[in-house]
Design a protein around this ligand. Structure first.
Ligand code: AP5
Ligand code: MG
Length: 213
């Protein structure tokens, strides 16, 4: 099963993807996580990407498309995968469609998680992420048992550089301008399923799994 998780910054794509990985045993492919990993390693690609990420803009398609093309051909993707944060504009979606034809694959479901902007801002400015395992928490909605430490691995929790109010507002604008058109793109392919992303994380998980089966 190949799935795309679509939705604005803070909608809960990463949160749900981690739960879906556990349920379906298919990997999460988050282009944002891949770019942050490249930055952590200090690669030229990561350093270049940071300029765009800090501005709340999209990293050039050529960079991201190459990463995804390589990733979806890895052996762990043979039984399916979950794309989180890719594609992010119509041209990435078109390239992905071409890639899928070439590889003899197809997307089965596109799940768009919808959350109002005011809620997204609260979610993002309170988000905490584990430096070691990538686990996600929230200061108010999902606080760690011990402040500053990951419940799962004890790693240090940090706030993403792009989770400040100014960058969040640019990211929301980028989403509206570049990514929202994908809703029509996938609706036209008959693959789009929209879900209400407001509610508890368990409730949202129930809504997503009701679609994926
Ligand atoms: P990326 O890392 O993909 O960020 P994003 O799309 O902005 O999405 P987020 O990761 O911020 O949100 P999420 O939906 O995963 O929410 P989460 O589950 O963490 O991209 C970052 C940057 O990289 C981009 O701006 C761009 O520059 C670049 N980039 C990435 N992909 C690219 C591409 N394809 N092309 C070009 N550039 C690209 O949840 C958020 C918080 O809310 C957490 O604290 C969580 O605990 C909490 N939460 C989750 N669900 C709930 C709930 N139901 N109730 C209450 N709180 C909740
Ligand atoms: Mg994410």
């Amino acid at each position: 099963m190949n799935v795309i998780l679509l939705g604005p910054p803070g909608a809960g794509k990463g949160t749900q993807a981690k739960r879906l990985v556990a349920k379906y045993g298919i990997p999460q492919i988050s282009t944002g996580d891949m770019l942050r990993a490249a930055l952590k390693e200090g690669t030229p690609l990561g350093l270049e990407a940071k300029k765009y990420m800090d501005a709340g803009a999209l990293v050039p398609d050529s960079v991201v498309v190459g990463l995804v093309k390589e990733r979806i051909q890895k052996p762990d993707c043979a039984g399916g995968y979950m794309l989180d944060g890719f594609p992010r504009n119509v041209s990435q979606a078109e390239v992905l469609d071409g890639m899928l034809v070439e590889l003899g694959q197809k997307i089965d479901h596109v799940v768009c998680i919808e959350v109002p902007n005011e809620e997204l801002l609260v979610r993002l400015t309170g988000r905490l992420t584990c430096r070691s395992c990538g686990g996600g928490f929230h200061l108010k909605f999902d606080p760690p048992q011990k402040p500053g430490a990951c419940d799962k691995c004890g790693g240090e929790l940090y706030q993403r550089d792009d989770d400040n109010e100014a960058t969040v507002s640019s990211r929301l604008k980028t989403y509206a301008d570049s990514t929202e058109p994908l809703i029509n793109y996938y609706a036209n392919q008959g693959k789009l399923r929209r879900i209400d992303g407001v509610g508890s994380m368990d409730e949202i998980f129930g809504r997503v799994t009701a679609i994926l089966g």
